[in-house]
Design a protein around this ligand. Sequence first.
Ligand SMILES: NC(=O)C1=CN([C@@H]2O[C@H](COP(=O)(O)OP(=O)(O)OC[C@H]3O[C@@H](n4cnc5c(N)ncnc54)[C@H](O)[C@@H]3O)[C@@H](O)[C@H]2O)C=CC1
Ligand SMILES: O=C(O)C(=O)Cc1ccc(O)cc1
Length: 307
Amino acid sequence: MAKQFETIALIGIGLIGSSIAREIKDKGLAGSVTVSTRSEATLKRAQDLNLGDRYTTSAAEAVRDADLVIVSVPVGASGAVAAEIAAHLKPGAIVTDVGSTKGSVIAQMAPHMPQGVHFIPGHPIAGTEYSGPDAGFIGLFKGRWCILTPLPDTDEAAKARLRTFWETLGSMVDDMDPEHHDKVLAIVSHLPHIIAYNIVGTADDLEAVTESEVIKYSASGFRDFTRLAASDPTMWRDVCLHNKDAILEMLARFSEDLAYLQRAIRWGDGDKLFDLFTRTRAIRRSIVQAGQDTDMADFGRHAMDQK
Ligand SMILES: NC(=O)C1=CN([C@@H]2O[C@H](COP(=O)(O)OP(=O)(O)OC[C@H]3O[C@@H](n4cnc5c(N)ncnc54)[C@H](O)[C@@H]3O)[C@@H](O)[C@H]2O)C=CC1
Ligand SMILES: O=C(O)C(=O)Cc1ccc(O)cc1
């Protein structure tokens, strides 16, 4: 495939950054890739995995000659990274990110972006419960959505280049308003993770009561929750803190609906239960039919296989 950028800088080289690095190398999308991350140990691991061409712990140094800068760090670190790179960005460079929240990332990064630099926030809706440079793999983004949340007055040519980049990685690309993104992702991604952390925590607290049988007899439903609940604690702490309003709004709605369910069970209202379960089954079936089954467990297994 043809080269799309002369130099790409990857700031943060965990699951997402290293998956992007592998794709760039595999598809020959850059003349040169500079990898930067805060810790020496992670950088060394990235070098051992041969994820880039140049390696540095200085994000400022990494972006100096980059035409495309991709920030793939926990969302709480976005502001610090933006502050560090701002003065060193090349005029005309495209700066993007992959953070799971968009309003907060924009609030943290946009004020630092100099005139003449194209800041286009993004979010690939693709991942696993694994983290770190070893967890990345080619194919992670294939057939998955990548949402761009451009600011008003974003340069169309720069946006088109970023769109083409993600499409080359196999993604389908959509534009979205950041506030809308944060609400949608709160219900389809953030709440499921919070619910998983909660149910696994509750089961763990109950271990004494249930004589340690929770893990022993865990059925596949509970196991599905444990996969999500194994996701990176730093990343998900940051998501919760940085999409606070939308998450709290969705949690309130969720609690209300749970109370409705609780009431139906208490009063033996089988019709209500049956109606809800019928409606939700139809949703799952329509997702599977549309070929949009986000069974990330497959990705998880794939990542494990690569280790
Ligand atoms: N894990 C997932 O399934 C998905 C994650 N995301 C988003 O992608 C971003 C990265 O997530 P992962 O790759 O999964 O995380 P990860 O934990 O695998 O990697 C994070 C990387 O950021 C580096 N880092 C942390 N703080 C830093 C700082 N202050 N300066 C420079 N580097 C720093 C770490 O050393 C590591 O290289 C997050 O914002 C997350 O919300 C988006 C889609 C899916
Ligand atoms: O592992 C899973 O099931 C995921 O849902 C992966 C994921 C995590 C965070 C995102 O912002 C996008 C995708």
